[in-house]
Design a protein around this ligand. Sequence first.
Ligand SMILES: Nc1ncnc2c1ncn2[C@@H]1O[C@H](COP(=O)(O)OP(=O)(O)OP(=O)(O)O)[C@@H](O)[C@H]1O
Ligand SMILES: [Mg+2]
Length: 483
Amino acid sequence: MTAETATDAHAAVRTAPLIELRGVRAVAGGHTLLDGVTLTLNRGEAVRLAGPNGGGKTSLLRLLSGELAPAAGERLYSFEHHEGQIQRHAVHARRTLSVVGPDAEAFFLTRDWEQTVQDVLLAGFEGDTLRLWEPTPAALTRLAEVVALTELEPLLERDFRMLSHGQRRRVVLARALMPRPEALLLDEFTDGLSTGARQTLGRVLERIYAAGVAVVLATHRPEEAPDLPWRTVSIADGQVRHEDAPALQPQPRAINLPLPPGTGDLIRLHNVMVYRNGHAALGPLSWTWHSGQHWLVTGENGSGKSTLARLIAGELGAALGGTVERPYLAASGQRDLLSTRRRTIGLIGAEVGIRQRRDWTGADILASAWDGTEGFAPDLTPAQADAVQHLAARLHLQDLLPRTADTLSQGQLRRLLLARAVLHAPKLLILDEGLDFLDTDHRQRFLALLPELAAAGTHIMVIAHRESDAPERLTHHLRLEKM
Ligand SMILES: Nc1ncnc2c1ncn2[C@@H]1O[C@H](COP(=O)(O)OP(=O)(O)OP(=O)(O)O)[C@@H](O)[C@H]1O
Ligand SMILES: [Mg+2]
């Protein structure tokens, strides 16, 4: 090729859209995920994907990344290639593009691999998940660039599993940058992040965008997206709507929580410390939850909020010298056992591990509320079966009852888990960033249940970074400091 034609080709690549979808249909498990999708992603632009739960945002990201193949229609890539050639192969997309989101993070957490942050990044250079080779000079050069972009220098030697949520998010992002992608595909990127962590990530994203990388972000929380010149694309029912998304509605918060009846202490923590993987995750903490109190718990990522939730629910224990008492159980003549805790506490949080049980149906998930069983759903009494139907109707869950967990969108699964957490009218309901992944409508629909639950005797704890997720009239506030 002469120098001149190389320059021409280079110009062609510069003006061609990075990714073009023309009338694309995508299917999985007999479901049509996307249909008739026509969309252009230009080089270096910022696109925000909006739309209801189950609309098709995550599927579209997977289609762009090459992970999901079109069943009909066309998908055209034009990546920049050395010598100015256009590289059109989906294989190149598979190697350099990845969807950064909760699933990517969960992948590393559920493998119990001992990997440092540096290992995770170096493996990402080759698109691997585990580093099995000695890094090449090229990999080390890229590592240095990415570390500078993402401010990860201080964390390089840390074990990935020990990081806070916000730090993990940044590492997964950095890993995606290692193969020099021309687009970043981000799914529900700001969920579960404290303000501090969100600001750091926002700064990092602005830098990456300024370097010419296209950014596609699927989110239900546009107000939390970093400040880029976003073009908004709405997706509902597997179809792209090119008109602008409706303006942000202010979130109605007028939810009044009655004080639950009853007297006495519910939970007593005395001098509690919790260690996880050898690190102090919470404490020392002495604290009491009395009857008639609803709590708001806040704190930066890593301050121990989820650890507190799981300690109360009995999923984690306190170190020697500390005590956890649940006097509300004795008061109603019950012993403090795993089974009685499960029957009386509803907990929803990032670590509720149902996602692994991929063959459970929506109906199984709800039915397991009473026993908190993991593995099978027992036969329900007629009253319980009624309660399932009633709540499913209230929360518009009927469509999801026959579906298996592995075919659900993130929001759909979360909606089922939230329903499961309240179905048995628990004495304590702990929502640990529980409304993450929900679209605005479903968030409101769920919040509207809380006053009735409280009136019937449920005490509520909300762990949240966002005030808008907390109903008004939480009576007490616990602020955890990072140690
Ligand atoms: N592997 C699969 N098999 C069958 N159906 C699927 C599969 N993955 C997703 N779906 C369905 O495709 C539709 C689109 O799902 P997708 O995850 O793309 O939605 P989403 O817009 O990302 O939703 P959310 O806001 O809840 O994350 C949903 O109805 C979902 O249940
Ligand atoms: Mg999604």
